[in-house]
Design a protein around this ligand. Structure first.
Ligand SMILES: O=C[C@H](O)[C@H](O)COP(=O)(O)O
Ligand SMILES: C=C(OP(=O)(O)O)C(=O)O
Length: 354
């Protein structure tokens, strides 16, 4: 008999059950309160009941949990300093969607050596989220593999569905069951329809396949997630953060009966993948806020301890500490200046719209 299945499967290895990882690395009442309260504050910003701006800022991806923790400590000080104007949440991205191929993030390959020790990746990710939360630093992430929320989502305050997966039914279904606000990026082609359709789909109840806390394949039924919004990240034809782009996006949202509240990603195609251009994008957004724009709910910035990015070296000892191994980032001193200026713009906006 000819073989017709598993022709391209080399091996399947057991995955730890979510309940096992959660019991190894339990949350605490203080951490749960931080996550729940931050989600509430983000919802208030989404609904424009809080005049402040949501800021999702941090490394493009986490590859070194020590450097991420160092970054988190610095960011926590800035979060406290600017809390009157900004709700700062750290980008803690463990999963990377690739344009073609490349390292797919800490959960997939935590040792950066093609050993794909995913069980350790899940534990490291959860441990970092707990450590950051203990500092008082809430986390934002992108969710890519629909099984992974079971392991970390209880510690996440805000989630992105990325440009490459916003059109995917699987990700819209997953978003419909997530407990936190979700930002849908526009597609890499720059079109907004996939993100707007995703918001409409994620609001609805869905029935789909997933795993339960014991790791058993399950049929999941969701209520729908009422807290989603659009994230403008530019596209193949260039940036989409200008006031005209934002006005156009707000009109499209209004036609679909969706809240006209939008986040601007200062990186990716809005910065032509040049980390330095994020500064100009943020200045432009600050200008729009000071002119009274009420559609902008938040911004995203890719930032790390050290500017730029590096390729993964064959000898991992050659890695530069605190520098991205995926997209290039602005360094921390630049981040401080950028966010202090932004906070001032939010204060000025409050005077204009009062
Ligand atoms: O933010 C990360 C990247 O832009 C995204 O994962 C795509 O990366 P790639 O084009 O280098 O694969
Ligand atoms: C992959 C990302 O962005 P996008 O989906 O916009 O490319 C990201 O923010 O890491």
């Amino acid at each position: 008999m000819r073989q017709t299945s598993d022709l391209h499967v080399v091996e399947t290895r057991p995955l730890l059950a979510p309940a096992t990882v959660l019991s190894q690395l339990p949350t605490t009442p203080a951490i749960t309160a931080l996550v729940a309260d931050t989600r509430d504050r983000i919802r208030a910003i989404l609904k424009a009941r809080d005049h402040r701006l949501l800021v999702v800022v941090g490394p493009c991806s986490i590859h070194d949990v020590n450097a991420a923790y160092d970054y988190g400590q610095k960011l926590q000080a800035l979060r406290e300093e600017l809390a009157d104007s900004l709700e700062i949440v750290m980008r803690v991205y463990f999963e990377k969607p690739r344009t073609s191929v490349g390292w797919k993030g800490l959960i997939n390959d935590p040792h950066l050596d093609d050993s794909y020790d995913i069980n350790t990746g899940l534990q490291l990710a959860r441990k970092l989220l707990l450590d950051l939360a203990e500092l008082g630093m809430p986390a934002a992430t992108e969710l890519l593999d629909p099984i992974i929320p079971q392991y970390i989502a209880d510690l996440v305050a805000w989630t992105a569905i990325g440009a490459r997966t916003t059109e995917s039914q699987t990700h819209r279904q997953m978003a419909s069951g997530l407990s936190m606000p979700v930002g849908f990026k526009n597609g890499t082609d720059g079109h907004l329809d996939s993100a707007i359709n995703a918001m409409l789909a994620a609001k609805q109840t869905h029935h789909f396949l997933g795993i339960n806390a014991q790791g058993l394949a399950s049929i999941v039924t969701t209520t729908g997630n009422p807290d989603s919004h659009l994230v403008l990240r530019g596209g193949k034809d260039g940036p989409n953060y200008s006031s005209d782009h934002i006005e156009m996006a707000a009109t499209l949202l209004q036609h679909k009966g969706l809240p006209q509240r939008i986040m601007v990603d200062c990186s990716h195609a809005n910065a032509d993948k040049d980390h330095n251009k994020q500064v100009a994008v943020l200045q432009n957004i600050a200008g729009q806020l000071q002119r009274g724009n009420r559609h902008i709910l938040g911004v995203m910035v890719e930032s790390h301890l050290v500017a730029g990015h590096q390729a993964i070296p064959a000898d991992l000892r050659q890695l530069t500490y605190g520098q991205s191994i995926t997209d290039a980032c602005v360094d921390f001193p630049t981040t401080v200046e950028m966010l202090q200026d932004l906070a001032q713009a939010v204060r000025n906006q409050a005077l204009v719209v009062r």
